[in-house]
Design a protein around this ligand. Sequence first.
Ligand code: ADP
Length: 402
Amino acid sequence: MTNYVLVLNSGSSSIKFQVLDLNADPQDPPFLSGLVEQIGENRGHIKLVTEDQTIEDRRSILSHSVGLERAFGMMSLLGAGPQDLDISAVGHRVVHGGSKFSEPVVITDEIVDDIRSLIPLAPLHNPANIDGIENARTLLPDVKHVAVFDTAFFHSLPEAASRYGLNREVADQYHIRRYGFHGTSHQYVSGLVPGILGKDADDINQITLHLGNGASMAAIRGGSPVDTTMGLTPLEGLVMGTRTGDIDAGIIFHLYREGKMTIDEIDTLFNKRSGLKGLAGANDFRLLQELINEGDQNAQDAYDIYVHRVRRYVGAFMLQLGRLDAVVFTAGVGENHVGIRRDTMAELENFGISIDESRNNNDEGVEGPRVISSDDSTVKVLVVPTNEELAIARAAKELSEM
Ligand code: ADP
C-alpha cells in the first residue's frame, strides 16, 4: 500500500516540492520531486523528476499560483497528479514561527493569519510560504495542510541562550530574540543518533552541524536544544555560502556613516554578497576547492575562516553541554566534504574527539548514517544525511490523522 504526502517549500522566486510515499524505504529517492523556478522572470522553469521520467517546461511563470497549477498539471501528465495519487496530507515548510509555534500545526484561516503576523520577522520568507499555503489549499481543498516551522525546535531554548544583551524593553517591543533555524533538520538528524549509538535519547549530549549553503549548529542535551548559532534571522553564526555569519553590529553603523550605504544595501551585502562568495568568489565548496587547488589565496583564506568559525562554536557548545557524546555532520557540505569534517575536528584528541581518516575518506557514495570517528574516540563523530522533506511529510501525516 502506498501512502503519499506532498511537501511544499515555497520561496520568493521558486517552489520546491516532493511527493513522498511514507511506506517506502526512507533511503529511497522521493516518488516525485519538482522545482518551479524563475517565477516572475521572462523565462520560467519547471522540472519534475520521477524514478523513470524527467519533464520540463520553460514558459514564463507569472506568479506562484500559475507555477503551482502548471506543475500539478504536469504531474497529472505523468499519471502522478495529486488526484491520481490520493495524497493524504500536504506539509508546508514555514521559515518563521516566532514565539507562537513550538510544533507543527494543521493550517486553518486563523493559522494563516498568525503566520502573516510574523512577516516582520521574516519579510522575505514568510510571504512566500503563505503564497504556497494559499495556492495549495485552493488546488487541494479536501486534504489537511500542515505547517512545519524551521524555528519550532528551538522554541524551548533557555533564556540565557535566546535573549540578546539588548535593552529589554526594545527587544520585547520588537520581538527580538534568538529563534534559531534549520530546526527540522537538527531535530531529524539528532533524533536518529540514539538508534545509531544504541543509547537512550535522554543520555546523549550532541552537537549537530547542518552545513549547507546556509549553515548552523545546535547543542542538544537529551533531545532538547540548549544553544544554536542562528538568531533573530538566519544571518547569525557560521560563515555561510553568501552570508557573513556573526559580525560586529558596529560594522553596520560604519558602513552607513562612512560608506553611505543604505540599510537595504547593507542587508544585501551581509546576506547575499558575503560569506564564501564574498571572500573568494565561490559559494559552492566544490568550486572553492578547485580554486584552492589552483593556489588561489583568497579561496584558502575563505576555507580557513569557515573552519575557524565552526571550531569556535564546537568549543563553546562543548562547554555548554559539559559532556559531549556525539558530533553530527549533515547537509550538502557536512555529508560530502571530507576535508571540512577532517579540519573542523582536527587536533581535538585531548577533548576525546578523534576522526578515523579512512572512515572519513572512504564514504563517497555511501548512503545513510555512518560513524567516522576512531574506535578509541570517546565522542562519536557521525555523518547523518538530513531529510527535511521526510520529517515534514511525517509530521503532516501524523497531524492529518488526529
Ligand atoms: P541548501 O539546502 O542550503 O541549498 P545543501 O544542503 O544542498 O544546501 O548544500 C549545498 C552545498 O553543499 C553546496 O553549495 C556545496 O557547497 C556543498 N556540496 C554539495 N555536494 C558536495 C560535494 N560532493 N562535495 C563538497 N561539497 C558539496
